[in-house]
Ligand binder design. Structure first.
Ligand SMILES: [Zn+2]
Length: 345
């Protein structure tokens, strides 16, 4: 039976979707290869799930015409803690708490709720990476509005633990960083995260976090032109682009914002690496496009933290890093998850 699959990736600022087709015996990789369309609907802290999904459905129908719900599957990637399709908590989408997404999508799309697969973004991004790298132990780092981590081994994705992979809400620190931000590098440890904790990774490593750190550093280091440059654009994404551009031109403060973020990320990721010893660290999400700016400090610090004094042990912790800047791993992973769930029945 030919299936039509809608993959939906809910982000903290926008929602992306894609339309796929798959045979019921097809490999999940086929789904991604047959992507036909992707588009975007805005989300954000002011958004509500009913309005967002009504807009999404209108957009899908206007692009594709009415879909046959007897062969339709829907996969949803969403941030936060998810239990049986319900969003228990999401730091960036507070009005979505308590929403049972399969029921809502069933009501609006006219598809049976048991054909709607919902998982958090860590699971969906990891599913896509695992489908493409079935022989690896995968540690997937998704860096966008927030930061999450997912695990897979032999293409089996760890999917059943609520709250699994919330690396963005691990407290971290700047140990191992040294540079022009030395005098400000410890300040973020006192910042409060929307989750209620202090000094969480995503306060400085996410898209909004990098911008927050850039502004903080520019003010503390008395660089008014830099401070102004990071607040003059029309959107947070454009302000982040201004920071990225400055780093690419070699501005020392901008460069070290990324270097410090790389160290903070490595300090949180190193214990996970020692415990799980991934053969592949995959980086996805909106910040993947700028990961080259974090990567040198991230890799250096990881190397300092896993058996640094024993070359035989450190060689056992060999892994490769793959960066996917396509922005589509969540959409494709959600679609693949829906196919996997349907085939398991
Ligand atoms: Zn947090």
């Amino acid at each position: 039976m030919k299936l039509t699959v809608i993959g939906i990736d809910i982000g903290g600022q926008s929602l992306k979707w894609g339309l796929y087709s798959a045979g019921s015996d097809g490999l999940c990789a086929d789904v991604g290869a047959r992507r036909r369309a992707t588009s975007v609907v805005e989300t954000g802290p002011q958004s509500t799930p009913n309005v967002t999904f009504a807009r999404l459905y209108e957009q899908i129908i206007s692009r594709t015409g009415r879909l046959d719900t007897s062969t339709l599957l829907v996969g949803v990637s969403t941030p936060g803690l998810i239990q049986s399709g319900t969003i228990l908590a999401s730091a960036n989408l507070p009005d979505w708490h308590g929403t049972h997404l399969p029921s809502l999508i069933s009501q609006i799309f006219g598809v049976s709720a048991d054909r709607v697969a919902v998982a958090n973004d860590a699971v969906c991004h990891t599913t896509n990476i695992a489908c493409r790298n079935p022989h690896d132990r995968v540690f997937c780092l998704t860096i966008g509005t927030g930061v999450v981590g997912g695990f897979a081994a032999g293409s089996r994705v760890l999917t059943d633990a609520v709250g699994c992979g919330e690396i963005g809400h691990l407290p971290s620190d700047s140990r191992g960083y040294s540079g022009v931000l030395d005098t400000v590098s410890t300040g973020f440890a006192a910042w409060t995260c929307p989750c209620g904790s202090l000094g969480c990774v995503e306060l400085v490593v996410s898209g909004p976090g990098l911008l927050r750190l850039g502004r903080y550093a520019a003010v503390r280091l008395n660089d008014p032109a830099f401070t102004a440059a990071l607040g003059m654009q029309n959107s947070p994404q454009q302000n982040l682009s201004a920071l990225v551009e400055r780093a690419r031109y070699g501005d020392p403060i901008a460069c070290d914002v990324f270097a410090l973020a790389g160290v903070v990320l490595a300090n949180a990721a190193a214990p996970i690496r020692s415990f799980f010893n991934p053969s592949l660290i995959a980086v996805t999400g909106g910040v993947a496009r700028s990961f080259d700016l974090l990567r040198p400090a991230f890799e250096r610090r990881l190397g300092e933290l896993c058996f640094p004094n024993n070359s035989l042990c450190s060689s056992a912790y060999s892994h490769r890093i793959a960066v996917d800047p396509s922005g589509l791993t969540g959409v494709a992973g959600a679609a693949e998850l829906a196919v996997r769930q349907f085939q398991a029945y």
